[in-house]
Design a protein around this ligand. Structure first.
Ligand code: 9MG
Length: 308
């Protein structure tokens, strides 16, 4: 069926449905000892295609479907590049790009859990109305009106740490103790969200690999991921294709950082990350399956009555 917005209905996920589905996935991850895979879907600007959607929307929908078929548990849809130096995108542009994609995916992939990567309050609201299930905010709901918008949406949220702003954050990142400072920041944002009425089961945390951090800051955070357990919230880690991998591997091309990204994903899984945000879904799923089978010592998980 062609991806056509005129056919797509707006079906906002109820707060209960969004939270229950996320919690059920997280429980499954906890029980199996294997993190969830969040596939990164970029809805960037492009020209119109022949099906009534902009070309970027069609491409994003196809990419999301391929990721879901390859085993992604969550699809993270973003319309603003947060790469250092990238130009900011207005909330109106973000909404224009994201809403048709969310609506089409709700119709075509009704079982997919849809996350929206945004730091704009208006986009959070529009995405929730269109049917998103999760808000992924790199500024931890610290932007104008974001906390209120997220609470009103009823959706769960990812609170991520970032030092500075995307345009300049990599110029001179500085910490006395990167683990303690990132952890304390997340603790403060959790406290602010809880005080404003965000329920405990609507919060996920993320140390923000690559966001205002040097290569060594990133490596220290990854080495000490377990230090975030004391906060008591599920941990999301996004290391995929990031520049610290390029620095270690001496690989300037982000697309050629897949092996390093998989190494980082497996490391984060071993350290207790509950969600891995990745570009390369089939490769990461295969690596996790092999890793998990070795940890189990068997091809398949034992069913409760298999041993009888
Ligand atoms: C949008 N985005 C880019 N990198 C990210 C990361 O590491 N975590 C989260 N939550 N979002 C990210």
């Amino acid at each position: 069926m062609p991806a056509n917005t005129s056919e797509a209905k707006r079906t906002p996920a109820s707060s209960h449905e969004a939270v229950a589905r996320l919690q059920s996935l997280l429980r499954r991850a906890e029980e199996s000892g294997r993190p969830l895979v969040m596939g990164i879907v970029n809805v960037t600007d492009d020209s119109f295609s022949g099906d009534g959607l902009k070309g970027d929307a069609t491409a994003a929908i196809e990419q999301a479907k391929a990721m879901a078929a390859a085993g992604a548990d969550i699809l993270d849809l973003g319309a603003e590049s947060t790469r250092p130096g990238a130009a900011p995108v207005s909330s109106a542009q973000e909404i224009q790009r994201l809403v048709p994609v969310i609506e089409a995916l709700r119709r075509d992939l009704p079982r997919a859990l849809l996350s929206v990567d945004t730091r704009n309050a208006a986009t959070m609201q529009a995405a929730a109305m269109a049917g998103a299930h999760l808000i992924n905010d790199i500024s931890a709901l610290d932007g104008e009106g974001s906390l209120e918008a997220a609470i009103r949406s009823g959706l769960p949220v990812v609170l991520m740490h970032m030092q500075g702003q995307p345009g300049t954050m990599q110029q001179a990142p500085r910490y006395d103790d990167v683990v303690a400072e990132v952890r304390d920041y997340l603790a403060q944002r959790i406290a602010a969200c809880r005080a404003a009425g965000l329920a405990r089961d609507r919060i996920l945390i993320d140390p923000g690999i690559g966001f205002g951090k040097s290569v060594d800051h990133n490596l220290t955070l990854l080495q000490r991921l377990q230090a975030f357990r004391v906060l008591g919230y599920p941990l999301l880690v996004g290391a995929s294709r990031k520049s610290f991998i390029g620095a270690i591997a001496r690989e300037p091309e982000a697309q050629r950082r897949v092996p390093g990204s998989i190494a980082a994903a497996l490391w984060a899984a071993q350290q207790g990350a509950r969600i891995l945000r990745v570009h390369d879904v089939p490769e990461t799923v295969q690596a996790l399956n092999v890793w998990q089978a070795m940890a189990r010592g068997a091809l398949k998980a034992e069913k409760p009555n298999d041993s009888a």
